[in-house]
Design a protein around this ligand. Structure first.
Ligand SMILES: [Zn+2]
Length: 403
């Protein structure tokens, strides 16, 4: 009779749990896993019994790094079509406005996503999803937002759900119907917000096809007041909120999401100190998206020192999307967070583990290596966590444990 199903020994355990040690590091660490949960944590030398008798399977990490499974807390990875041609046109000097006028930009993705069958959408999204998973991502948040009508938003969310079910990966579904104004509501954004609030949110909530509601609050998206209406509808239907906030200008988006005790304010490049104070009070996470910052060649940095001073948790995510973040590599994004935003490798690893879990409201269950949490772990072919941010173009995942 074994005590555990799996016992990992001789690991450099970055638990991300104990704030008194960098990375919560436990060298010579050992983890006992039973029924998919972390049942025991300690040191290998502290184990008195003969190790083979303790677990069905003993995994010798040989001094390599073990981290919590990574969490990508902000993605738009379900979409159809491809915008590489627009990328090329822009580099050949065609202005974005002209591309948009000819039906390019986000609306070209909306068109392709509406036209795609469920199976086509699934097959096109699958490689992006698998690329993330291959880098040790065990929880993925996936947003809708390229349908902009009930049927297509629902189709996107069903595809996202199926990706998780087929690959035993935890998915958090976010309804982002207020991503852009659909062509049939051109010049009538308020009319579309009516549909979002009175038709789309209620139906999706009723079907339990979203864990959260998001919106794009920006000059080229939805106004502060329109976003507020979307949030009111979300609250009526019992759904928490998060927001694409203050990415290109300061519309007090982060303060608005804080007012609704929202899970996260995402992008936050232009977030003011006043809004940061509100985030601190409401416990709202700042989700930083350095890959979009890099692609857009932005120069305005998020107020990272203000977040640090106020101990506002910072999460890092790919923002995987066809326009401003054509990437499904969280490891690359982690490097960008260090280089573009000058975050430390420890802040970055927190940003893709425990703080990303907080941004999704699941920090009691995943995001760190602690007693009772789900045993989502990654064994890497490296010794030190800084290597995850440092070297690019190599995937050092050795083994992924999911529950
Ligand atoms: Zn986004």
């Amino acid at each position: 009779m074994f005590k555990w199903d799996t016992l990992i020994i001789n690991a450099n355990l970055a638990t991300m749990a104990d704030g008194s040690r960098t990375y919560g590091m436990l060298t010579d660490g050992a983890v006992g896993i039973l029924n998919g949960r972390i049942e025991w944590l300690g040191t290998t030398t502290g184990i008195k019994n003969s190790i083979e008798t303790l677990a069905k399977e003993v995994v010798d990490a040989q001094g390599c790094l073990v981290t919590p499974g990574l969490i990508d807390c902000h993605t738009h990875l379900v979409f159809a079509g491809n915008r590489a041609d627009e990328f090329e046109q822009r580099l050949n000097g065609v202005a974005y406005e002209e591309i948009a006028r000819k039906g390019g930009g986000i609306l070209s993705t909306v068109r392709a996503t509406r036209e795609a069958s469920f199976e086509e959408l699934y097959q096109q999204s699958l490689p992006r999803f698998l690329a993330l998973v291959s880098e040790g991502v065990t929880t993925v948040e996936i947003k809708s937002g390229y349908g902009l009508d009930l049927a297509t938003e629902l189709k996107m969310l069903h595809v996202a759900k199926k990706l998780g079910e087929e690959h035993n990966i935890q998915i958090k579904l976010t309804l982002l119907a207020a991503h852009a104004v659909p062509p049939e509501y051109k010049d009538n954004a308020d009319g579309y917000v009516d549909v979002v609030c009175s038709e789309i949110i209620p139906k999706i909530a009723e079907l339990k096809m979203a864990d959260c509601v998001d919106a794009f609050c920006e000059g080229i998206g939805f106004s502060y007041d329109q976003t507020k209406r979307v949030f009111d509808a979300a609250v009526r239907w019992g759904l928490p909120v998060k927001l694409h906030a203050d990415q290109l200008s300061d519309l007090n988006g982060a303060a608005l999401v804080a007012e609704y005790a929202g899970l996260s304010a995402d992008h936050v490049e232009y977030t003011s100190i006043k809004s940061a104070n509100a985030m601190q009070e409401s416990g709202t996470v700042a989700v930083l998206l350095p890959y979009a910052f890099y692609i857009l060649k932005e120069t305005k940095l998020p107020p990272i020192d203000a977040f640090r001073k106020r101990q506002i948790p910072m999460a890092i995510s790919t923002d995987c999307n066809p326009g401003t973040a054509p990437s499904s590599s969280l490891l690359t994004t982690m490097n960008k967070a260090c280089v573009e935003f000058s975050l430390t490798p420890e802040e970055v690893l927190k940003g893709v583990t425990i703080n990303a879990a907080m941004a999704l409201g699941i920090e009691d269950d995943v995001g760190s290596i602690e007693f009772g949490k789900k045993a989502n772990l990654v064994l890497w072919n490296i010794k030190h966590p800084a290597d995850l941010c440092y070297w690019q173009g190599m995937n050092r995942v050795q083994r992924i444990f999911i529950g």
